[in-house]
Design a protein around this ligand. Sequence first.
Ligand SMILES: [Fe+2]
Length: 149
Amino acid sequence: MEWNESYNIGIDVIDNQHRQILDYINRLEQIRICGQRDKIKEVLDDLIDYTQSHFSFEENLLEQVRYQYLPSHRGIHELFVKRLNDYRHKFDQGESVENDLYRLLSKWLINHIQHDDQDYVDAVRDNMLHYLRAQEQKKGKSWFSRFFN
Ligand SMILES: [Fe+2]
């Protein structure tokens, strides 16, 4: 899978994380045919852990800008994390899940980026300016401003 310009949502910090997930998906794609379960497990763990921390990052960001649809966005993430962990569990039980997981992730991620994530871009942009101005007045560095200055 190659990164396509249309996958960019225009928020650099998020785009870079999405690219990183795509890299992990590609690593899984390469390693799944090798048949070495310890190697597959390593990639699987990295991929799932990274995806989870990306979701937390994104939710934190959306919380800072008071994104009104955060609860449903969070719900989508939670459901997906549950599916990922079900796969991890099945793998640990000795099943071969890498092909299904690869298919699911490659479809799900792109769809999520282009629809669900795209929906919050305006809210983040609008609130970002407002927020940064308020932070400047307080002369403090915030978690949020680290990514937008
Ligand atoms: Fe998301």
